[in-house]
Design a protein around this ligand. Structure first.
Ligand code: HEC
Length: 112
């Protein structure tokens, strides 16, 4: 019986650890977190492109009319393959991550 209790405890601990790990991995994976980690240096916290790197590379405000006129497909294409000073991310991000990031950029633009 003692042994069984110990085993149950070990199993519960292992399971808890797996769940915690899964949650923390998922936490780093949200479009917001990815944006903060990879895009914010050029595009700025609110997508205005008002950072030093943003000005240097020519990143535009996501809320500007020109960017708003681009389609979601164009956003996805630019994030995946890059354009001018914008690096492409298709080797580092999955299709889903790129799609989610495109939606996140659109959302930031719409809030303006
Ligand atoms: C080194 C600076 C830099 C980084 C890092 C960067 N971008 Fe860009 N991004 C740019 C520039 C510059 C453009 C404008 C390209 C052009 O049209 O000449 C751009 C364009 C875009 C566009 C299309 C809108 C537009 O201005 O035409 C989207 C969407 C976008 N970036 C999203 C992202 C996302 C998402 C990330 C992170 C995964 C990211 N960018 C990282 C510089 C950057």
């Amino acid at each position: 019986m003692k042994f069984a209790n110990g085993l149950m405890f070990a199993l519960a601990t292992a399971l808890g650890t797996i769940v915690l790990l899964a949650v923390s991995v998922r936490g780093q994976d949200t479009p917001e977190a990815l944006y903060k980690a990879k895009c914010v240096t050029c595009h700025g916290a609110h997508g205005a492109g008002d950072t030093r790197n943003g000005k240097k590379t020519g990143a535009r405000d996501f809320g500007s009319a020109e960017v708003q006129n681009e389609t979601d497909a164009q956003f996805i294409e630019i994030i995946a393959n890059g354009k001018n000073m914008m690096p492409g991310y298709k080797k580092r991000l999955t299709d889903t991550q790129i799609k989610d990031l495109a939606a996140h950029c659109r959302e930031m633009g719409n809030k303006k």
